[in-house]
Design a protein around this ligand. Sequence first.
Ligand SMILES: [Zn+2]
Length: 425
Amino acid sequence: MRPPAVNPAVTHMNAVYVNQDRLWDSHMLMAEIGALPKGGSCRLALSRDDKQGRDLFVRWCREAGCTIRIDQMGNIFARRPGVDPSLPPVSTGSHLDTQPHGGKFDGIYGVLAGLEVIRTLNDHDIETSTPFEVIVWTNEEGARFSPPLAGSSVFTHRLPLEQVHDSKTVDGTTVLDDLKTIGYYGDEISSDNHELACFIECHIEQGPILERSEQQVGVVTMIQGARAFTVSVTGVDSHAGTTPLQLRKDALVGAAKMVVRLNEIGLSEDEATRITVGRFDIQPNSTSTIPGSVQFHIDSRHPELNVLKKLEASFRKDLAAIAEEAGLDVIIEPFLSIPPTPFDPDVIETIQQVTENLGYPYRKMLSGAGHDAMNMATITPSGMIFVPCEGGISHNEAESALPEDLAAGANVLLHSLLKLSGTVI
Ligand SMILES: [Zn+2]
């Protein structure tokens, strides 16, 4: 059995704990925005539902006494002042957007845990040495437009603002137009003049390790590397009734063989290897026409950069061979390349110490999924706190987490940020 989130045996932290019920209720209220029939939520980036979620968050933050700043990517920064307002804030946050069939906790937990930390500081009249900041990053999921992690990528200068502004959404609009439409095209320019002392992101694990080992907190040491590619396969559109099979240049048949080969390449590597084709577009997508062109995405991930490079070399060779044999053209273009990201040793150490002091069973672990903290680690000392989710299920309406686990992670966040801000309570 896990201990309760509020551990009565621990008194040396002056018994400052987050309010578990309030944190839970905030999740349930936010989940009503974009609610889906099977219990999940759909708030695609820059959609009307995303706007509503943002509006609610901003209202809650203002009620908690925060000032709000919005940058040109629509990233939201809610700041609670510290004793010295000129010092860079300790910061936390995550994302409000979801997958099309998203759950109630992915991303939003990191945002609401940050808000709960601020509400808790207010409850106890705690003046912190530095300001505290809660950040909402735009389009972490990449479901409505590419690339994912867009807001934090622009903030950390990993992607040019104009390039993301010009990206087309699945609805045919541009990101810049949508930012203006929902009223979140702010005036702050990227991270210029926006220094941060550190960044910690709370997140559900999205995997089964913590639950299986009955541990309540994951102290995340690194995020594995990720590379994504667009593959364009070109053949020739022709009539499904008149063109003999032997004479076709069927882009879909070729692309299907490529998908199978990608899976084989992944299976031939070690168990940490991930290769996925999750997006697939056929043209002209008409019953009686042999598909002349197909585009799909490859998502590859591994903790080691050299394995990622080896994977790319081997699928480039094999996909070219499949295309040549079928008389097709293939172009493979990278659109995302994030090296494995180690987190800051001092931030990891702080999170680990705080978790031990609070008495939560924990483990050190790596993150299989990408998160905004991965970008933040390139500009400020960063780390992550994981909590279990039921069955390790995420990106699914059935995604579920326990109130006491969410509170445990938020307590670790609260005391880690207090320590990193140099505040003694
Ligand atoms: Zn997430």
